[in-house]
Structure formats: C-alpha cells, structure tokens
Design a protein around this ligand. Structure first.
Ligand code: TXA
Ligand code: MG
Length: 402
C-alpha cells in the first residue's frame, strides 16, 4: 500500500458475473443487461452511480485484470484515477465502452441509430472486432474532430484514444448501467503487478478509492492486446490476452504485415508509441530473476541443469537471499534449482501460465515475503509473447538463459 493519507474506508461489494445477462446484440445496440441476483444488481447500480454522478473511481473486474474506472468524459474523474494509482500522467488510459451505440453517442456525439453501428470504426478493424469484441482487444481510434467529449487527460495528448469492449459481465454491466465510457488502467499501484483478484486491489489501493466490486478471479490474467490499425503497416503495441497469431489469423490481409512494437529496437531518441511501455511495471518488492529457455530447451540435459544450479547458487549467495521463491512452468520442477525454496507451479499451457502469473508473483512477494523470486519463463510465441513481455519487465531484464 502507498504511504499517504487514507481518504476512504474502501468498501468491497460482491457481484456474481453469472447473474448478469446480456442479449447477443447488446454490445452493438447497447441494450441493458438483466439480473438474476438482486444483490448483484444493487451493488452494480451503486457503482454505476459513483461513475455517473461523481468524480470518484471504482475498481471492477474485467476478463483480463481488475481495472480502476472513472468517467472518460470528466477531467476530475481521470485525475482521481492517476492520483489513486500514483501513475505518471503522460501514460494514456484505455476507454472501456459497453457497445458501439454508446461509442457513437457518447464519444462521437452522433445518433446514427442502430443501422450503422460501425460508422466510426476504420474498416481495418472490422474483421477483428466482429469476432473479438467483447474481449481482450484494444484498438486505437482517432480522437473525434471538433468534439470535446473525451477528457484530454484520458488520452495524455495523443492524437488517438485507446478503446475496448470488455467481455466480463460485471465490467459490461457497470459501463452499460452508468451509460458512461470508463477510463480504466489496471487497478494496481503504479509499478506493481496487475491485480487479478479484489484482494490484490485492496492490498494496493485500500483507503485511496471508495469501492471495489468483487467479481472473483480474472480468467485471462494479463492485460488486453493493444493494436494500432491507423498506421501502415499496422502495429501490435502491447502483447496481451489475444495473441499476435490470433490477430494475423482473424484480421485477414490487412494485418499480414503487422509489426510487433516490442520486437523493434527503439532508438533512445525515438518516442515509443505506447507510452506505458517505457515505465517500470509489474514489479514485486523482491528482486526477480527470469530464467529464459533457449531454443532447444525441450530436452534439458542433466549437464544443463547442473550449469543452471551453479549459476543460481552464485546468484543466491551474491544477493545474500534469505528466502527464495521459485515459480516453475514447462521444463523445470521444484527440485531443479537444487536449493531450499518456496515452490509454486505457474502451469504448463500458455493460458494457465497467463492466468496464474500476476497472482503467484504477488503471493510469494506479499504473503511469503520472499526476497528473491526466480521465475521460469517460456518461449515468446502465442501466449508466451505477453508472458515474457511482463516477466522481462518484472525482472528489469535480469535474465539467465538455460
Ligand atoms: O486489459 C486491459 O487493457 C486493462 C483492463 C483494466 O482493461 N487495462 C489496462 O490499462 O491495462 P493500462 O492503463 O494499464 O494500459 C493501457 C496501455 C498502456 O500501455 C498505454 O500506454 C496504452 O495502453 N495506450 C493507451 N492509449 C494509447 C494511445 N492513444 N496510443 C498508444 N498507446 C496507448
Ligand atoms: Mg497497467
């Protein structure tokens, strides 16, 4: 938790995602959800009123990670988001909408009716969002000309704004009931791993926000994939819940030359396109060492394990570590390092590793109080691209190949 004065007695209210029901076209026409649990409805209405009628913020679950939401249309709300997280204000926020109809009405100030829901979305995005929205895909859109609908603080003076329709019913219901586009970064204190449970949010932001909606664990576990289709060739700016391979497969011809920003070497004097990617991020308190499997890691000889063991032993001694935690994934086991450590398994498939990654980093850091965390990485393809992107940041590029 950040050491500043407690402004709020942070409330945690339970909501049941399975009790929220949307029609098949709600993400297009904006029709409202129905509820089969009165408490869930009541708690969502309360949160929606904070978003719509005040400048305060609410933390809520999305399918990727928990977000800290405030109105995208109101400077004071956006200021309160940056303040609660301690986030640098040149790092723009994603605007979450519940439907294309809401995008057209609230951001582009157009009542296009439901006959032309895609009117404000460039063609290049259509195949992707037809298949992938609601879901963990964020697209850049041009800021509407001559409109002051979006707070300039949301976009941090970029010529574009980032936008997505989340899939989590709690998130969709909150945006839909408040009828407000919601700016929401991940609900962690800036620099920390993103939160995938309400308890993670409480740990970081208690006293700093009025309300957390607790809708259980996030299913995806890493943030949305951010893409820019307004440049040629298009770019993947932040790897995330949807893979690069998915974008190529579903996007069709226009996306076949899509570049991956994190793979292009950015010269020091060149501005990175995703402002957020330059900051320290996803970092536990403990030092993190990332073990990177090299190409032929599938068969790890005893000889390579021995080399790894002696490298690790040196590191542990050099750091004077008292309590080491080891998060294993595909190739290594609890005994591979040959040292006494707290061991947790991230899982073996990309989806499992993604879903457990932030929660286990937090568990060994915040509950076990490890002073050194060693993490077995994975190949940087499919889900592995986002996993390794987050882990390299968590480890500040402290890596050992094995
Ligand atoms: O899954 C997610 O995307 C979560 C949940 C809450 O929806 N949100 C999230 O927001 O991860 P945040 O603020 O932690 O990350 C937003 C990323 C940052 O890397 C930011 O720099 C980038 O999107 N971004 C936002 N607007 C942008 C813009 N106009 N141009 C380029 N990058 C932008
Ligand atoms: Mg974040």
């Amino acid at each position: 938790m950040l050491k500043t004065s407690m402004k709020f007695a942070t409330q945690i209210l339970k909501v049941d995602p399975a009790a929220i029901h949307f029609s098949d076209t709600a993400h297009i026409d904006g029709s409202l959800p129905t509820f089969s649990c009165p408490e869930t409805e009541k708690n969502l209405l309360k949160a929606a009123s904070i978003i719509r009628d005040s400048s305060e913020t609410v933390a809520f679950p999305t399918e990727t990670v928990y977000g800290l939401g405030g109105s995208s249309l109101n400077d004071e709300s956006v200021r309160n988001i940056y303040k609660a997280k301690n986030r640098p204000s040149d790092n723009p926020l994603i605007t979450h909408i519940s439907s294309l109809s809401q995008l057209n009405r609230k951001i582009y100030s157009e009542n296009t009716g439901d006959s032309k829901p895609f009117t404000n979305i460039p063609d290049i995005y259509h195949p992707l969002i037809e298949k992938l929205w609601p879901g963990p895909l964020t697209i850049l859109l041009p800021i509407p000309k001559g409109q002051n609908t979006l707070s300039a603080l949301t976009t941090a003076n970029q010529p574009t704004f980032a936008c997505r329709i989340p899939a989590n019913p709690v998130a969709r219901a909150l945006i839909s009931l408040s009828d407000t586009p919601i700016a929401a970064p991940s609900a962690n204190a800036s620099t920390r791993p993103s939160p995938t449970t309400a308890q993670h949010v409480y740990h970081d932001l208690q006293g700093r926000i009025p309300l957390i909606l607790d809708g259980g664990k996030c299913s995806v576990g890493v943030e949305s994939t951010v893409i820019d289709g307004l440049v040629t060739p298009p770019m993947l700016l932040r790897p995330g819940g949807l893979t690069y391979e998915d974008i190529l497969r579903i996007g069709g011809d226009s996306w076949k030359d899509c570049l991956v920003e994190s793979k292009i070497s950015v010269k020091d004097n060149e501005k990175v396109k995703t402002p957020g990617m330059k900051y320290r991020h996803y970092s536990p308190k403990a030092k993190v060492i990332l073990l990177v499997p090299n190409d032929s890691a599938k068969e790890i000889s005893q000889e390579r394990i021995e080399i790894l063991r002696s490298t690790i032993a040196n590191e542990v001694q050099k750091e004077g570590s008292q309590k080491v935690a080891f998060l294993s994934s595909r190739y290594l086991t609890g005994s591979s390092l040959g040292i006494n450590c707290i061991h947790e398994s991230l899982g073996t498939s990309g989806k499992e590793i993604q879903a457990n990654l932030f929660a286990l980093l937090r568990k060994v850091d915040e509950e076990d109080n490890a002073d050194l965390i060693i993490v077995e990485g994975t190949e940087a393809n499919d889900e592995g691209l986002a996993i390794m992107n987050r882990l390299r940041k968590a480890a500040s590029n402290n890596t050992i190949e094995f």
